[in-house]
Each structure stands twice: as structure tokens, then as C-alpha cells.
Design a protein around this ligand. Structure first.
Ligand SMILES: *[C@@H]1O[C@H](CO)[C@@H](O)[C@H](O)[C@H]1NC(C)=O
Length: 839
């Protein structure tokens, strides 16, 4: 498993056990209970005692059943979005989109039974054997850099992809009209990477359509296997037509000679499309333009013939898969046009087909509009940022928007059984089928929804298009269960599932995640846009339930303290058991997990939540909720209480509290490998000495008064290069910490133990900006640190982007290089808001 795979995941051992149990123990457990009950009935002499025991047992069984049911029951509050909010009638402009972020290029409809389109390509004859077929974004396939140069989140995008000797450009434009989501066109251009290349490669493009059943597709094919068009019908799209135009030279309109192959079958299931095409790409054909010498290529069948056997010969599921292969020498361009009957009849036909020079014009005018709107929104040029920095900002925004996906399916949930660790004894259950419209952290590596990432994503998105953010937040709040819990990783649908090892599929209903969705909510409150406030009015009961669940379920050992549930158990192989729910995975915590722990970051998240929710309740006139939340917010923000629970006088900073010793080490112990050894002093209850991001939380979330005596010490830690300051941004763990750069186990390299992360640097910059604008003893220092840190972060992300063409998951605090997965167009895109100083 590649580096970073472990991110925000359950420990392998734990997860694997859960899934095994699902397969193995499921029914056995119930038999066991029945057995106990039968035993009770047998003891006549002790009938009364036994009866009482049986009642107690069945009472417990009922309670367990009830908890398990609630875990997968949806919350009863009215939905934040109406049930038809994604339909073409209500949101025609968002019906079609690049909502398949894990493919290099594809579009689909926002529907549980979508029509999907996509692109594959292969360079013929580059390597002996089967050509490398490109389809889904992969970390290790050698493609890249790739990403959106422009994407407006709605109707237009342009992406560049480098693949060895090839340079691909994929573009789309939508044209609204009618009642079914309107028309759209694609242009795919393939050119040589380097000019003046003598032998121009032969390339196959594959355009495909996939359906999910209950549709009509009528392909019309010419004598040479050339698809003239596909007419079709679905209940949501009405009548429509796809037309694939002949290839041309880029920027030209004269047709170029191409060879055609075509394949049509039942839909094998989305995760199997690549394999199916590979398995059918098995015959040699000749590509011979008039007057040229012939060249061999591997192709799909030449003629249209319906097949309903899958790659392994098995009968396949519902729906259809139709794919056209076009083979010719680069450079060339191809246009694919989708026309909706109702849009055509409504006036689009009179505008002319959106292809050729009309498409070129449309693409150009959209690009121009994007640039203008970008500057109007973010003011980078006005603020004096360089052209390179402006480009970086546009790419960041575009990649984030181009990463938005629409998913539909059922998650797997392990219920919260009320007693910690006891969920180990129950089976995971299926959550109801639900849609999720959401950004993703990485198209190659994390192409699905992650709860705490999404709050950061929407900070960027809402500046550009507040409507998109309402749609996304509304969908996330639709995932709320009866208790008020939302799973932190959403793996919905076959395509998403296919990318996740089975042991990581299960989400635990006892585990939380930072409530970052409240960050964009706070921004909405501040802005006061009536559409946002209307949305918040509808969303309030859900936001309230979500917050209340967090505040209650993660309560700590003493009032106003909080503890992340779900730390890893203290296995002998782990240096410091991880805390995945916190989002900061391997950031060091108390060395010996216990119920006495108090987690500083969680306490600060809850304080922020109480503040946002109580302000929201006030604003909306929710008097009852305001009366409950106001006092809670006030007590959580009271500095005396924070001091009492988290100020560590010996360390001179805020800290976690728990059963802890610094004397832990991983030592080689053959044959087990590395094993944790605990030395002296033995663990005892104390503040946890682990200087880093967590230390800063009261400052990061702006919970301190500008006159707080603790602000100075935190700024000192932040600004000290022995601790958090690096020339590339704030490092996650102090260079002075014994855990700095340390592996957590033999197979687990450091993650939040020194590297620079953009989400926390954004929070830090926001806080420095905040305190730099408030009168107080540290105002000048904060303002100065803000401008230095901002320059460091922007400078490094830009240099790494220029060197590699990617935004990265994290950056080295040693030399600044990008690390982890790429492209990472999730919260690293906050670099845009850092450039525009919008916090
Ligand atoms: C701390 O952990 C050690 C080792 O597991 C244990 O023996 C001790 O009782 C714990 N102390 C407290 C106060 O929980």
C-alpha cells in the first residue's frame, strides 16, 4: 500500500477484524445468545433468578438492537435540501457535470441512475505488447502532471494532461436550454509533448457511454465502424443525441482520416470498464490514410454487435456500455456533441451545432469570463501577486471545482454500542442509500467525500459560488443519522468502493471528526446573503443535532473537557496509538490511551461549534436553542476554564492531558521486528509534551482574547525555528519534539510529525491576521508574523507547483518538496485564500 493510504483510516488490524467478523461470526453470535436463554429455561429450581437474568439479558439485547437500528436510521429533521433539488427540473444547470473526479475525463448526471460518459486513450506501438490504456486517475501510472487549468464548477472547463510523449487537452462547455439539463460539447486535443518530434505517435481515443438500465440507446454506425450518432432516451433526460464529429487538425475544420472500432455490450459494472476494454482490445488492424504506408494497431471489434458477456464470460448486469475507438496520428482534435431534444426545440438548434469554430468561440469566451470573474472575486492582480501566482490561484480553484463528484450508494456502519470497544462484538450494517455531492481531496488517491476536508474545501468554493456550497453542505447534512452522527469517510457506490480495500469500508458511529463544515457556515453568517440565511434556516435543526451529538458523545472525564473516541488500542507495535477521528492521525497524544484523557483540539472545536451554533440560533430567532447554546458557548470560551483543563504550567503552553510518559521507543526485537519499549519514568497522569499544531488550537480557532497572557507564549512557539517555524510554513510537530519525524511503526512513516499542511497554516494565517487587527500587546508581532508566514507558504507552494505541475498533500519542512499524494487539490487549494488574504 502506497504512502499516505493510511490517512484517515482505521488501523488495519481493527478494520480487518470487523470485516472478517461480518463474514464469519454474524449468525454465530445470535446463536450464542439463544443458547444462553435456553440454558436459563432448563434450571427449574432457580426459575425466579433465571427469569430475572433472562429479562436482563433480553433487555440488553433490545438495547443493543435499538442502538444498532438508530445507527443506520436517518435523522428525522426536515431535509436541508428538498428531495428533488438535484433534478433537471429544479437545478438544470447542475444536472450534467464532471462529477466523476477519479476518471481523467468524464461527465455524468446528478442522479442515482445516471447516464455516464467518459474517455480512455492509448498510445499505439509505444511499447511492445498491449498499449497502456488510460482511464482512471492513478498515483503510479506515470501520467502527469494533469489538472484543470480552468473550471467554473458549472458550465466550462479546460484540462491539460501530460502522458509521456503526448499532451492532451480536454475541454467542455455546456449550453443551457429545455427541461432536461441542456446541451454540452467536448473537445479532446492530442498533440506531441515536444515540438519537432519526427515520428508522430499513433493514438487511439475511446469515447464511451454507460447506462444503468431503463434507457434506450440507438447507435447509427457507418460502413467503417464509424459511429455517426447515438440517439437515446431516459426518463430524466428525455430524448437526446450524441454526435462524434470526425477528427481534424487542432484549430482546423478539415476532417482528418481516422480508423474506427466499436464495442457494445451490457454494462459490466463501472469498476470493470477498464478491464472489459482491455480484454476486448485484442485484434490487429491496419491504419492506412490515403497515400500513407499502413501501421498496425490493437483495436476493439470493427463492427457493431451486441454482446452481453462480461470480461470473464459471466452474464452481466443492467444497462449498456457503448464505446467507440478512433485511431490516428497526432496532432488532432475531436468534438463530441450532446444535444437534448427539449433544448434543441427551445432555441438551441437555431444557434447552430456547438462544434468546430462555434465551439472554439464558446471555449474562448468562457475562458475570458472565467479570468474576469476570478480577478473580481479574489483580487490577486490588484493585490500585486505575480502572473505565476495568479495562475496558481486559478489552477487551485479549478482543480477543486473539477474535483466535485456526485456519488450515490450505501455506506457500511458499525453501530455505537454505548460501551467503548464493545462495537467490536457487533456486525456492520448498511446505511440507507443516499446521494452525496461533494469535493474530494485527491482525484487519484482519495476520490470520495471526507468530512473534515470538506469544511476546508467549501471555504474556497463559497467565495466563488455560494450556491454550490449550499448544495454540498445540504448533501452532507443529509447523511445525518438518528443520533446526529455523520461518518467521516463516505464510500458510496461501486466506483467509490472499488478504490478502497474492504477492511477500510466500515465507518464507526461512535467516532467523530472535526466539525469543519461550521467554518463555511460561520462565513455565511458573517456575509448575511439572504439565500445563505434561508438555507441555514432549513439546515439549522440538522446542524444543531450534529453539534449536540459531538458535544455529548465525545464528552471527557470532567465537565467541559472532551476526548476523541476511537484511539487505536495500545498495540506493542505502535510508538503512539493513533487518533484517526481527530484528523491528525499520528500526532502524538498521551502514550497510554485511557478514559481520563482530555484533548485540547477537540475542546477547541467544540467551543467553536458552540459559538457558531449559538450565533446562528440568535440570528434565526431560534430562542430555545439560543438559550441552551449561548451559556454553553460562554463557558467554553471562558479562558479560566480552558486554563484549568489545558494550561500546562511546566510546559508553558496549552496541551492534552492523559496517562503519559515520554520514555517510549521502538526497538528492534527479532523476530517480531520493531516493538515499543516503555522505560522510566513510568506513565502517569500529566500534560502531554508534544509541541505542535495541537498546542496552537486556542489561537488557531481565535478563542483567546487579544490581551490573554497565553497569546505571547503561543506566538513564540510558532515563530521559533527550533519549534514550528520553517521557511516553507508551520511544521506540524516541533523540530524539538522527540516524536519529530518518527515512524509510528515499522510500516507507518511519519505523517503529522513535522510536515507542513496547508489547512492548519491557513487557520494560523487567519488567526495572525485576526490578532494583527485587534488592539493588544501582540498586535504588531502578529501582523509581522502574518506577512512572513504568508510569503513563505505562497512561495513554497508556487515553487513546488512550477517544478512538478501538482499541488501536494503536504510539504517537507526540511526542503519544501511536495509529499504524500498528488494531485491534492483539496485543502491545499486554500493557498488561493491565503493569496487573497481572505480568512
Ligand atoms: C497508566 O498506564 C499504565 C500502563 O498501562 C497503568 O498501569 C496505569 O494504571 C495507568 N495510570 C492511570 C492513572 O490510568
Amino acid at each position: 500500500m502506497a504512502r499516505g493510504e493510511r490517512r484517515r483510516r482505521a488501523a488495519p488490524a481493527e478494520g480487518a477484524r470487523a470485516v472478517e467478523r461480518e463474514a464469519r461470526v454474524g449468525s454465530g453470535r445470535r446463536d450464542g445468545r439463544g443458547g444462553r436463554a435456553r440454558g436459563a429455561a432448563g434450571g427449574a429450581a432457580l426459575a425466579v433468578v433465571v427469569l430475572a437474568l433472562a429479562l436482563a439479558l433480553s433487555g440488553r439485547w433490545v438495547l443493543a438492537w435499538y442502538r444498532a437500528q438508530r445507527a443506520v436510521t436517518l435523522h428525522s429533521a426536515p431535509p436541508a435540501l428538498s428531495s428533488d433539488s438535484s433534478s433537471p427540473a429544479v437545478a438544470p444547470d447542475l444536472f450534467w457535470g464532471t462529477y466523476r473526479p477519479h476518471v481523467y475525463f468524464g461527465m455524468k448526471t446528478r442522479s442515482p441512475k445516471p447516464l455516464l460518459t467518459g474517455l480512455m486513450w492509448a498510445q499505439q506501438g509505444a511499447t511492445p505488447g498491449t498499449p497502456k490504456l488510460r482511464h482512471t486517475c492513478e498515483q503510479g501510472d506515470g501520467v502527469g502532471p494533469y489538472g484543470w487549468e480552468f473550471h467554473d464548477g458549472l458550465s466550462f472547463g479546460r484540462q491539460h494532461i501530460q502522458d509521456g510523449a503526448l499532451r492532451l487537452t480536454t475541454e467542455f462547455v455546456k449550453r443551457p436550454g429545455g427541461q432536461h439539463g441542456g446541451d454540452w460539447s467536448w473537445r479532446v486535443t492530442v498533440e506531441p509533448q515536444a515540438l519537432g518530434t519526427s515520428a508522430l505517435p499513433l493514438v487511439s481515443l475511446f469515447f464511451y457511454v454507460v447506462t444503468d438500465g431503463q434507457e434506450v440507446l440507438l447507435p447509427e454506425v457507418g460502413a467503417k465502424g464509424q459511429l455517426k450518432f447515438i440517439s437515446g432516451h431516459t426518463s430524466e433526460l428525455g430524448d437526446f443525441r450524441f454526435t462524434l464529429l470526425p477528427p481534424t487538425n487542432p484549430g482546423d475544420t478539415a476532417p482528418k482520416y481516422g480508423s474506427y472500432n466499436i464495442f457494445w455490450s451490457s454494462n459490466p459494472g463501472l469498476p470493470l470498464l477498464t478491464e472489459l476494454v482491455k480484454s476486448r482490445l485484442n485484434s490487429w488492424f491496419q491504419h492506412q490514410p490515403p497515400g500513407d504506408s499502413p501501421e498496425r494497431y490493437l483495436g476493439l471489434p470493427r463492427f457493431l454487435k451486441w454482446e452481453d458477456r462480461g470480461p470473464n464470460g459471466q452474464r452481466q448486469g443492467q444497462g449498456q456500455f457503448l464505446i467507440q475507438q478512433v485511431t490516428l496520428k497526432i496532432p488532432f482534435s475531436m468534438d463530441l456533441v450532446f444535444e437534448s431534444s427539449s433544448a434543441q426545440a427551445g432555441g438551441n438548434q437555431a444557434l447552430g451545432q456547438l462544434a468546430g469554430s462555434l465551439l472554439t468561440q464558446a471555449l474562448e469566451s468562457h475562458a475570458e469570463a472565467f479570468r474576469e470573474r476570478f480577478e473580481k472575486t479574489f483580487h490577486l492582480k490588484e493585490k500585486g501577486l505575480s502572473p505565476e501566482e495568479q495562475t496558481l490561484g486559478q489552477v487551485a480553484l479549478s482543480s477543486l471545482l473539477g474535483g466535485i463528484g456526485y456519488f450515490y450508494g450505501q455506506g457500511l456502519v458499525l453501530p455505537d454500542m454505548g460501551v467503548e470497544g464493545s462495537e467490536q462484538k457487533v456486525d456492520p450494517a448498511l446505511f440507507p442509500p443516499l446521494p452525496l455531492f461533494s469535493g474530494v481531496p485527491s482525484r487519484s488517491f482519495f476520490p470520495r467525500g471526507f468530512l473534515w476536508d470538506e469544511g476546508f474545501h467549501q471555504l474556497v468554493v463559497q467565495r466563488w459560488d455560494p450556491h454550490l456550497t449550499r448544495e454540498v453542505l445540504g448533501h452532507w447534512l443529509g447523511l445525518l443519522n438518528a443520533d446526529g452522527w455523520i461518518g467521516r469517510e463516505q464510500i458510496l457506490g461501486d466506483e467509490a468502493r472499488a478504490r478502497v480495500p474492504s477492511e477500510f469500508l466500515v465507518q464507526r458511529a461512535a467516532h467523530a471528526n472535526p466539525p469543519t463544515l461550521l467554518l463555511p457556515v460561520a462565513h455565511m453568517l458573517k456575509g448575511g446573503d439572504p439565500a445563505d440565511l434561508n438555507f441555514l434556516r432549513r439546515a439549522f435543526p440538522r446542524l444543531h443535532a450534529w453539534f449536540s451529538w459531538l458535544h455529548q458523545s465525545q464528552a471527557g472525564p470532567v465537565p467541559l473537557s472532551y476526548r476523541w473516541r476511537g484511539r487505536d488500542p495500545a498495540l506493542p507495535t505502535l510508538l503512539n496509538p493513533k487518533t484517526l477521528p481527530s484528523g491528525l492521525d499520528d500526532y502524538p497524544r498521551a502514550s497510554h490511551p485511557s478514559a481520563t484523557e482530555r484533548h485540547l483540539d477537540l475542546r477547541c472545536w467544540v467551543a467553536l461549534g458552540a459559538r457558531v451554533l449559538s450565533q446562528l440560533a440568535e440570528k434565526l430567532g431560534e430562542t430555545e436553542a439560543a438559550a441552551e447554546l449561548g451559556p454553553l458557548a460562554a463557558s467554553l470560551e471562558a479562558e479560566e476554564s480552558l486554563d484549568e483543563l489545558h494550561w500546562a504550567p511546566d510546559l508553558g503552553v496549552f496541551a492534552d492531558f492523559g496517562n503519559h510518559t515520554k520514555a517510549v521507543q521502538l526497538k528492534p526485537r527479532p523476530p517480531q521486528g520493531l516493538v515499543r519499549v516503555v522505560g522510566r519514568p513510568q506513565p502517569r497522569l500529566q500534560y502531554v509534551d508534544a509541541l505542535g499544531y495541537i498546542t496552537l488550537f486556542p489561537f488557531l480557532l481565535r478563542l483567546l482574547d487579544p490581551n490573554s497572557p497565553h497569546l505571547g507564549p503561543l506566538l513564540d512557539v510558532l515563530a521559533d525555528s527550533r519549534h514550528l517555524w520553517s521557511p516553507f510554513g508551520l511544521r506540524s510537530l516541533a523540530a524539538s519534539s522527540p516524536f519529530y519525524g518518527k515512524r509510528n511503526s515499522e510500516h507507518d512513516p511519519p505523517y503529522w510529525r513535522g510536515a507542513v499542511w496547508l489547512n492548519i497554516n491557513y487557520l494560523a494565517l487567519g488567526a495572525l491576521h485576526h490578532y494583527g487587527h485587534l488592539e493588544g500587546p501582540h498586535q504588531t508581532q502578529a501582523a509581522k508574523l502574518h506577512s512572513e508566514l504568508r510569503a513563505n507558504v505562497i512561495g513554497n507552494v508556487r515553487r513546488q507547483y512550477q517544478a512538478t505541475g501538482f499541488l501536494w498533500e503536504q510539504y517537507s519542512d526540511q526542503d519544501g518538496h511536495g509529499m504524500g499524494c498528488r494531485p491534492f487539490h483539496g485543502w491545499t487549494t486554500l493557498v488561493l485564500l491565503i493569496m487573497s488574504e481572505d480568512y
